[in-house]
Design a protein around this ligand. Structure first.
Ligand code: FES
Length: 216
């Protein structure tokens, strides 16, 4: 193994070790440990799961069992922005399928590929997220909710996220994604530019007799 790779590998386990220590090295804290590891890496690498099992003194199958049982855990790398498109009943009848199409078109994804090659974006379809009054709804990073979205409004939101990432890559201020807490979030930027209350979204609001709404 090349030295740089070995060093990166060691660093990875250093982080895992500190997470395990923070949870007292207790098997009863396994879910919390896995949550924190996923927050750190955006997914649960296989070798890390094996390492956790060894560190906690339990069979790897136990750790894998927990990691695969709960939908919150992913064994595949995810993008910096995880875009969840709600396809619950309310969102489905109000056009969630079109929103999924816009996202996949814009990000170059398809049904067999849900994460961009640069690991910037992942798109997921979820069931009701409890904001049916704002249907159709898209949520970014389990935090920023965009409601009453039309394909046009969503396209603008995506353009802003993509532009933010380009600025971030060029050395400018990055958005508040995983591990970048404290920076301005893409959603607050979008709201500041009135994206989710643009014409297309207002049309949607008018349809429902609601002029207020959008992201919350
Ligand atoms: S169906 Fe989408 S938020 Fe409830």
């Amino acid at each position: 193994m090349p030295a740089a790779q070995k060093e990166a590998f060691q660093r990875k386990f250093d982080k895992v070790n500190s997470i395990i220590e923070r949870h007292g090295g207790k098997v009863s804290n396994l879910i919390a440990i896995l949550q924190e590891i996923q927050s750190e890496y955006r997914y649960l690498p296989e070798e890390v799961l094996t390492y956790v099992a060894t560190a906690l003194g339990i069979p790897p199958a136990t750790v894998y069992g927990v990691a695969t049982f709960y939908a919150q855990f992913s064994l595949k790398p995810k993008g910096k922005y995880v875009i969840k498109v709600c396809d619950g009943t309310a969102c489905h009848v109000r056009g969630s399928e079109k929103l999924r199409y816009v996202i996949r078109e814009k990000l170059g994804l398809d049904e067999s590929k849900d994460t961009t090659d640069d690991l910037k974006f992942t798109v997921e379809t979820v069931s009701c997220i409890g904001a049916c009054g704002l249907a159709p709804v898209v949520m970014v990073n389990d935090r920023d909710v965009y409601g009453q979205l039309t394909p046009e409004a969503l396209s603008i939101v995506l353009d802003q996220l993509i532009a933010k990432e380009k600025t971030s890559d060029a050395g400018g201020d990055g958005p508040a994604g995983h591990g970048t807490a404290g920076n301005k979030s893409p959603a607050s930027n979008a709201a500041g530019n009135d994206v989710t209350r643009g014409d297309a979204t207002r049309d949607s609001a008018a349809r429902d007799g609601r002029e207020e709404g959008g992201r919350r």
